[in-house]
Design a protein around this ligand. Structure first.
Ligand code: 5GP
Ligand code: MN
Length: 346
């Protein structure tokens, strides 16, 4: 069928933990993507099945992109940036905290101190390298396409797959789809396609989901895409590398909403032989934070680049981070970074 990611003993400890608590809080990372939101929603369903008397609450540090709003129950997830006091109280009083789709404390933004000081039990499930969150149960599987895929495998292994409903199947499919670039990246494994076929048997409508995620933008986003690729892309063709910046002023001009920058960083990799694409986006409120996204091809190590230059990390082909500085600082650092890897990029 597929390769298990947990032993039966681990799975039993997880279900036992979930069964004996009254409050379960499921959290994902800041700037949540389809996998973070999908895994949180999927796990929430599973936790409710395992313990139907528990109060199960999803929590995120900040807003998810607009194109995920249609996900069933997405509006039940609580945001720390909107309801800090309520979320703090929830987390402090939780019997179990479930951490999904992040490997390090710094990925949860303002939730970091609450997570660090939390005294109860923690279950940590993630597909990034080197998990450092202190947890009672750690399920780490960097080979997995997505955290959503990991949750799905655990649900199947526990014999619960047929007991779930669309509130599970749809977010899990969405998480797997978004982290694999619509099932096109190398992280989509034979297991991924097997699991997708199982989800399709549950009548998950992949056409509708793909349209909801990929074809659900405003006209402004399409014009922004054209503007960025035409006017902002700096391509260093000798090094098969490019970067672009996106400022607050530009985001205002193009009526930017959260999620509108999604996927832009992938586009320069469409250039023949391109090895590296970098996106530098000013924070919408703090002029001294620039969000960085990187994508690589031909084995360029994006995670290493992001660790070294951008206070971040991620996967080898898709990583991110941030710069504490202005957009001009970000460009300088980026030129240094590209030069640093000149030999590899040539
Ligand atoms: P994106 O470019 O889509 O924001 O992120 C791509 C991948 O990079 C994500 O799946 C995540 O694993 C990783 N990533 C993004 N931002 C950060 C960051 O600040 N720190 C770390 N460690 N990883 C990040
Ligand atoms: Mn993920």
């Amino acid at each position: 069928m597929f390769e298990d990611i947990v032993t039966q003993q681990q799975l039993d400890s997880i279900t036992r933990l979930l069964q004996r608590t009254e409050r379960i809080v499921v959290i994902g990372h800041q700037n949540p993507d389809g996998d973070a939101v999908g895994a949180v929603l999927g796990f929430m369903r599973w936790a409710s099945l395992i313990n139907d008397e528990a109060e199960v609450q999803g929590v995120l540090p900040d807003a998810y992109p607009d194109f995920l709003q249609w996900l069933p129950c997405a509006n039940t997830i609580m945001r720390y940036d909107k309801k800090s006091a309520e979320v703090s109280a929830l987390m402090e009083n939780a019997g179990v905290l479930v951490c999904l789709d992040f490997n390090d404390y710094n990925r949860v933004g303002a939730l970091e101190p609450i997570l660090r000081e939390y005294k109860g039990e923690i279950i940590h499930i993630d597909h990034h390298l080197n998990p450092t969150v202190k947890a009672d149960i750690v399920v780490s599987n960097p080979q997995a396409s997505s955290t959503s895929e990991m949750v799905l495998k655990m649900v199947i292994q526990n014999g619960d797959f047929d007991k779930m409903n669309r509130k599970f199947y749809i977010p899990i499919f969405t998480g797997m789809m978004t982290d694999t670039g619509n099932f096109s990246y190398s992280n989509a494994s034979p297991d991924t396609y097997y699991l997708v076929s199982e989800l399709l048997r549950k009548r998950v409508n992949r056409e509708v989901i793909a349209r909801n995620v990929y074809d659900n933008f405003s006209e402004w986003r399409l014009r922004l895409l054209g503007y960025v690729m035409n006017r902002k892309l700096v391509n260093i063709s000798r090094l098969h590398a490019s970067y672009f910046t996106l400022t607050r002023e530009e985001m205002l001009r193009f009526n930017f909403i959260r999620g509108d920058a999604e996927g832009l960083v992938n586009m320069p990799l469409q250039i023949k032989g391109q090895k590296l694409s970098i996106s530098l986006r000013e924070d919408t409120t703090n002029p001294n934070i620039v969000w960085v996204s990187t994508r690589g091809a031909y084995d360029f190590p994006c995670d290493e680049l992001c660790k070294r230059f951008y206070n971040g990390g991620g996967h080898s082909k898709a990583s991110g981070g941030k710069i504490y500085g202005t957009i001009d600082d970000a460009v300088r650092i980026t030129l240094d970074a590209i030069n640093y890897y000149a030999e590899l990029l040539k």
